[in-house]
Design a protein around this ligand. Structure first.
Ligand code: PEP
Ligand code: MN
Length: 340
């Protein structure tokens, strides 16, 4: 359920209404949807009713949300959300490229990669310090040491840092370094992790689980929002299908549909989505045309020697070319939008 407020509502009146809702056992979430102020009422077990809310003079309408995913839905907010982090904006037509190695391997490599990313006009540095590897015998990441190197590189080149947190016990340490928490595909339905991240104040990049339906995906995002953090960025990274010619199958339908069904920004990660270097650029471009708000791309000085995911990683030169094409794609998408 959510409330549409009258334009005339003062902040004092809004606070009084919010206190009433909270004192009756609900959570609240505020938003502005194309200049209309709304208050979402969270939780089923509180005592607020439609009738009781209508007694407040600032309440214009009380609307029930039909969908199981409520406050991430475009039913609640039809205006696409823009998430701000360190003065950058994710969503809208801003160019968002989150790039970097699969794993932080050492200090020099992350500093060098960060430099290349900056030189290509990108503003987000990705890299894993805590790695969810299929085999326990594979490189597991540098842990806190990796976070330190990555923070140094992000600071040196004024980039926004994005790194994965795998466990509730690591939120504190990862949070000391990162700007955006990444939840990996394998943890999309780790509800304890989602709840705890909901209590943090940093944006969350939520990757789609490899066998998650779009509904599961949105419900996972809803968990984070329901626990207090509205700043969720979705990331399509491919799902498992019967097709084994590529590592995963990127759900381009899903991207277009999510743009209709929810207001959160969506990033395409065609590196994990395809598992194949040569497919990263065309699939990224296709998904941006379908509505994705940005891309995640794995980059390494020498992908063949990367400690993880080398086959899907671009070298610096190819990365530069792909960035150019993404820029042009965004400009072209703008032109397409103008045709009605
Ligand atoms: C990653 O981004 O490094 C990663 C492990 O991705 P995913 O969770 O999508 O497999
Ligand atoms: Mn990877």
């Amino acid at each position: 359920m959510y409330i549409i407020l009258k334009n005339s509502a003062t902040s004092q009146e809004i606070e009084t209404l919010k206190s009433y809702i909270i004192n009756n056992g609900h959570g609240v979430i505020e938003t502005t949807d194309y200049n209309v102020k709304k208050i979402g009422i969270m939780g089923k077990n509180g005592g607020v009713t439609k009738e009781s809310l209508k007694k407040f003079s600032i309440v214009d309408e009380v609307v029930k949300i039909g969908k199981p995913f409520k406050f991430v839905s475009s039913e609640f907010k039809s205006e696409p959300s823009i998430i701000e982090v360190k003065g950058r904006k994710i969503g809208g037509d801003n160019m968002v490229i989150m790039a970097g190695p699969c794993s932080i391997e050492n200090r020099e490599m992350i500093l060098e990669t960060a430099k290349v990313i900056k030189e290509n006009g990108c503003e987000y540095l990705r890299g894993g310090a805590y790695k969810p590897r299929t085999s326990p015998y594979d490189f597991q990441g540098l842990g806190e040491e990796g976070l330190k190197y990555m923070r140094e590189a992000a600071n040196k080149y004024d980039l926004v840092m994005v790194t994965e947190v795998m466990d509730t016990r690591e939120i504190e340490i990862v949070g000391q370094y990162t700007d955006i928490f990444q939840v990996g595909a394998r943890n999309m339905q780790n509800f304890s992790l989602l709840k705890e991240l909901g209590k943090t104040d940093k944006p969350i990049l939520l990757k789609r689980g490899m066998s998650a339906t779009l509904r599961d995906f949105l419900m996972a995002a809803e968990y984070i929002v329901a626990f207090g953090n509205k700043n969720v960025i979705l990331c399509e990274r491919g799902i498992r299908t019967f097709e084994i010619a590529t590592r995963n199958t990127v759900d381009i339908n899903g991207i277009a549909l999510l743009k209709e069904k929810c207001h959160l920004p969506i990033i395409i990660d065609a590196s994990h989505g395809t598992g194949k270097r040569s497919l990263v650029e065309p699939v990224t471009i296709g998904c941006i045309l379908a509505g994705a708000d940005g891309a995640m791309i794995e980059v390494h000085a020498n992908p063949k020697c990367a400690l993880s995911d080398g086959d899907q990683t671009l070298n610096y030169k190819d990365f530069g070319k792909t960035c150019e094409k993404i820029k042009k794609t965004l400009a072209f998408r703008k032109e397409l939008k103008e045709i009605n």
